[in-house]
Design a protein around this ligand. Structure first.
Ligand SMILES: [Mn+2]
Length: 328
């Protein structure tokens, strides 16, 4: 057989993508990676590999993806997309791109559609409400189990491999009901609960409008492991969440700060044309998507950091108000 391995993103969309490609092409060999593993060549690939939901590596046989930034990057590197087998297109998930690809050749059954629809929703954060986002569904349980990082690297890899194989011949619902998923998902949800406690302690609002939740961890001497998205559970009316955190080097805090910001579900509904990536680019500190972006502000001393933090927060508030006035 020409292709013998699927290299995929280690998130829900990546796992769904691998299960679908594995199912249609009868491949049971999987490797998992993050985008940075590909960019920094930490995983070697060959012409026998099928790569899903990740940037194009140095070498691969078939490539499926839905990230526009990866398509642009490929052109910059001088590749001709037309010559690469597979399918790339703008879609809510890579799983959707894969279903489109194989629908040319196969009849798509209901179970496959269930998996692709779940990947669409999870990967593009397309929830209708906070209740919809937090609902305990088979797909969300599997998503939580994938995001759980407790345990060793190889344990998680074995779990992801088991998940791909299981999704190839069982329904999403049956896979989600298994002990393997339940144990990891419960542990992830418990972690979220303790994160919520930390968020509640540090939560404030930026500027006068009260639309932006500010999570300021810049005084923390240890890295806060928090998913800032959770803050909207405590302030469901807020439009965006902004997290400020120090950068760490070998566990030591530096004077550099990261600013990462995303629209909440309420923000996505109200400000569909907002562009947070543009805010980061205007400040010249980073980049990102319209719905989520981040940047880094470097400082030479503690005092300079304090100044930069205040100035950057003020500018973000101003740019936010400016976009609001222009786009409403
Ligand atoms: Mn994806």
């Amino acid at each position: 057989m020409l292709h013998d391995r699927i290299v995929t993103h280690d998130d829900f969309d990546g796992i769904a993508s691998a299960a679908l490609v594995g199912y249609y092409m009868e491949i049971e060999n999987f490797a998992f990676a993050g985008p940075n593993d590909i960019i920094h060549n930490r995983i070697s690939t060959s012409a026998f590999d099928i790569v899903c939901d990740l940037p194009y590596p140095l070498q691969c046989g078939i490539w499926f993806d839905h990230h526009v930034a990866n398509f642009d990057d490929l052109e910059l590197r001088g590749f001709d997309q037309g010559e690469i087998p597979g399918l790339r297109k703008i879609a809510p998930s890579c799983a959707r791109v894969i279903v489109d690809h194989f629908s040319e050749e196969f009849e798509i059954d209901g179970e496959v559609e269930v998996i692709a629809a779940a990947a669409d929703k999870i990967d593009s954060f397309a929830y209708e409400s906070i209740e919809d986002w937090r609902a305990d569904t088979p797909a969300s349980r599997i998503d939580c189990a994938i995001k759980e990082r407790e345990g060793s690297f190889s344990e998680r890899r074995e779990f992801l491999r088991w998940l791909c194989l299981s999704l190839m011949d069982q329904t999403l619902e049956d896979v989600a009901a298994g002990d393997e998923v339940t144990v990891r998902a419960d542990s992830f949800r418990a972690g979220e609960e303790s994160m919520l406690g930390l968020i509640e302690k540090e939560m404030g609002l930026l500027g006068g409008s009260g639309e932006i939740i500010l999570l300021d961890f810049s005084e923390h001497t240890r890295k806060a492991r928090v998913m800032k998205n959770l803050a909207q559970l405590l302030a469901p009316e807020a439009m965006a969440v902004l997290e400020v955190s120090p950068l760490f080097q070998r566990k030591l805090r530096t004077n550099d700060l990261s600013f990462s910001m995303s629209l909440t579900l309420a923000g996505q509904r109200h400000y569909a044309k907002f562009d947070i990536g543009e805010i980061m680019r205007t400040l010249d500190i980073g980049s990102g998507h319209p719905g989520a972006a981040s940047g880094v502000v470097r400082s030479g001393s503690r005092a300079e950091m304090e100044q930069n933090r205040a100035a950057t927060l003020e500018r973000i508030g101003e740019l936010w108000e400016g976009q609001k006035n222009n786009r409403e």
